[in-house]
Design a protein around this ligand. Structure first.
Ligand code: ASP
Length: 299
């Protein structure tokens, strides 16, 4: 008999084509983020705390396009977007076009308890200062690899279910490589890049932000979750998005009873997940890899 998971967490490292030399680092980064979030959940912390803990690890890792190592705009600057949503209270904290902050997700998390749901640019940075976030010079977030090659790599996200049955979702990104200054994608937009609601589900997305926003993709996935597996809900909505507005992407989702799912229409999407009924986490680069693994007898 399978136990109903008491907690669950899934993270992703962005929908994109992972260069071969970054595969190992992407898996390791996802696993490290997952363990940080899992520790919070096992210790009785909230889903919001777990999402923040996991995303902070990915923001510190230059393999991913969030925090340190963010994609550069056409002007060669870093502008970051991030959001956190609490499925219990439906509170949202989101920031866009934020510069000079080490952990945009922690700024979003602090905004969660305020009336405003989204702050941009200079206002977001002032809020970060006021709320005691870790500040830095904007150029300190540019990794040596970014300086050299303008590498393409992607957004990170996390969804979690805690021991009290509450859900949360979070995203963090430097946006798209070479985007015009001031451009904002789906990641800080409610119902486009993320959503969480207790009793319904939680979702965090990645991919072509304009398409994800125009298709209101996270909201549609949430509506499709009841009665479907998270994989099915993600797959149908992402495929419809491709047909109706174009663009590829990927996402992770959780149901209120702890079923974790993921899907991508992009070439890869590094992912790691674990539920309380699994002895160890699983990490994959593509859905095909997971299917092959699940159908191979272990041990
Ligand atoms: N969705 C993000 C954006 O458009 C980028 C990504 O997920 O790679 O800003």
């Amino acid at each position: 008999m399978t136990e109903t998971p008491r907690w669950a967490i899934i993270v992703h490292g962005g929908a994109h084509q992972t260069p071969p030399e970054q595969v190992a680092a992407s898996r390791a980064g996802c696993l490290a983020a997952l363990s940080a979030g899992r520790r919070v959940l096992e210790g009785g912390g909230t889903a919001v705390e777990a999402v923040e803990a996991a995303l902070r690890v990915l923001e510190d890792d230059p393999t991913f396009n969030a925090g340190y190592g963010s994609a550069l705009t056409a002007d060669g600057t870093v502008e970051m977007d991030s959001a956190v949503m609490d499925g219990q209270t439906l509170e949202v904290g989101a920031v866009a076009g934020l510069a000079g902050v080490r952990h945009p997700v922690s700024v979003a998390r602090r905004l969660l308890r305020e009336k405003e749901v989204l702050l941009t640019g200079a206002g977001a940075r002032r809020f970060a200062e006021r709320s005691g976030a870790e500040l830095c010079a904007p150029e300190e977030l540019i990794s040596p690899q970014q300086r050299k090659t303008f590498q393409e790599h992607d957004t990170v996200g996390c969804v979690a279910l805690d021991l009290r049955g509450h859900l949360a979702a979070g995203t963090s990104t430097g946006g798209l490589t070479g985007q015009p200054a001031g451009r904002v994608g789906d990641s800080p937009l409610i119902g486009c890049g993320f959503y969480a609601e207790d009793g319904v589900g939680a979702v965090a997305l990645t991919g072509e932000g304009e398409s994800l926003a125009r298709w209101m993709t996270a909201a549609r996935i949430l509506h499709r979750l009841p009665g479907r597996t998270p994989d099915e809900a993600l797959r149908t909505v992402l495929e419809e998005m491709g047909t109706r507005v174009g663009g590829t992407g990927g996402g992770i989702a959780l149901t209120p009873d702890g079923q974790a799912g993921w899907w991508h229409t992009s070439p890869d999407m590094p992912t790691a997940y674990q539920r309380s009924d699994m002895p160890s986490p699983r990490t994959y680069l593509t859905k095909t890899e997971e299917r092959d693994d699940v159908h191979t007898p272990h041990g």
